[in-house]
Ligand binder design. Structure first.
Ligand SMILES: Nc1ncnc2c1ncn2[C@@H]1O[C@@H]2COP(=O)(O)O[C@H]2[C@H]1O
Length: 164
């Protein structure tokens, strides 16, 4: 029996600027993931630090600063998705951090193409459209950071009501 999990997805400023919100959310819905929370937010420096609290340690100050600045330049849309093994499944649907390494059929592989070399040569920002929690521990932290429990909802999908 696979575990039902919750995971956080952010639609980054490049996804909104390019008008890809609907098509990205559709990918998740088509894969059977259920949207149980949604909000739009303009991150400030403090919130960016809380969201990316380990990024500087992992990748250095320039990656942290560029990513935090990029994420504050325009609003993002946050989603909580629920489903069987949702954390790994959402990562699989998203593709790799660098879109040019992402397989066709993934969100980043189909809609973006930034490479590591391009990112490094251009202020360390990788335009990869979405953020998705990396593991179940990170998902728990991020869902609680972005959403109060009163902002998360329970309902049955048609599949849950009529198929399973
Ligand atoms: N080597 C890197 N160069 C540029 N950005 C990076 C690098 N590694 C991680 N990132 C950024 O850090 C982010 C961590 O989580 P995201 O999935 O939001 O997407 C990642 C990228 O935006």
């Amino acid at each position: 029996m696979s575990a039902v999990e919750r995971t956080l997805v952010l639609l980054k400023p490049d996804a909104l600027a390019r008008g890809l919100v609907g098509r990205i959310v559709q990918r998740f819905e088509e894969a059977g993931l259920k949207v149980i929370g949604v909000k739009m937010k303009l991150m400030d420096a403090d919130f960016a630090r809380r969201h990316y609290f380990d990024l500087e340690e992992r990748f250095g100050a320039s990656v942290y600063n560029a990513t935090a600045t990029f994420m504050q330049q325009a609003p993002v849309i946050a989603l909580v998705l629920e489903g069987a093994e949702a954390v790994a499944n959402v990562r699989r649907l998203a593709g790799k951090t660098f879109p040019n390494e992402s397989a066709p059929g993934t969100i980043r592989g189909d809609f973006a193409h930034t490479s590591k070399a391009y990112s490094e040569a251009n202020h360390q920002v990788v335009a990869n459209l979405i953020h998705a929690s990396g593991n179940t521990e990170e998902a728990k932290y991020e869902v609680e950071l972005w959403f109060d429990s009163s902002e998360l909802f329970e309902y049955k999908t048609l599949a849950e009501r009529f198929v399973f």
